[in-house]
Write a protein that binds this ligand. Sequence first.
Ligand code: PRT
Ligand code: ZN
Length: 214
Amino acid sequence: MADNILRIAIQKSGRLSEDSLKLIKECGIRFDNGAGKLKTNATNFPAEILFLRDDDIPGYVEDGVAHLGIVGENVSEESARDVDTVHKLGFSRCRLSIGVLREHDYQGVSDLQGKSIATTYPRLLGQYLEANGVNAAIHEISGSVEIAPSIGLADAVCDIVSSGSTLLSNGLKEVETIFRSEAVMIASKHLSDTQKTLLDQLLFRIKSVQAAKN
Ligand code: PRT
Ligand code: ZN
């Protein structure tokens, strides 16, 4: 595999996509992002862009198939992949929180003892419960987590919250924030010297773009 270009993985379509593309463009990197493409070459920087599901990005970067990736810290941390977090990007801010039914008279984290909690983040939730000495059943589901308490599938949820309106519309209230997240750039631990130099150039441009906005 060519070790003199940077292969950058970004989310194909979702909440991170637009800001990820915008950041790369603001760094002066030009490429053709024809709809439906899975890979494209930059025309004025030795880089390729891969368009992937966000959940797949940490694994591709760990394996060195992609050299860099833009992903939510929540996804990167949950994946437990061995990658370097090289820069915080300031967009897609959200939090991973525990929610319970609104009518629940919640007093504190020990209320979760012996309860079941539905989540797509079993690792981060498990760490939080362990750190707080709480023994609860983690019910891993792959989507529509917020509906679980109202249909009797679980006592609580642990999911990503941004405005809070999804919790609210499912009769839930946010009771604990366990992780704060934003988009980050992650890098492979196996970069060639050329790739390290290209990464430094890219980070310099990203920091300039960020500084110009502040
Ligand atoms: O298809 P693919 O697997 O690539 O995408 P995805 O559906 O897994 O992810 P996507 O695009 O929904 O989110 C990508 C990343 O955006 C997440 O990993 C977070 O880092 C970040 N992010 C920021 C969010 C939100 N805000 C967010 N609000 N991710 C999800 N949500 C969901 C949340 O799961 C819940 O269902 O929005 C709902 C809550 O939003 P509020 O505003 O009602 O609180
Ligand atoms: Zn995903």
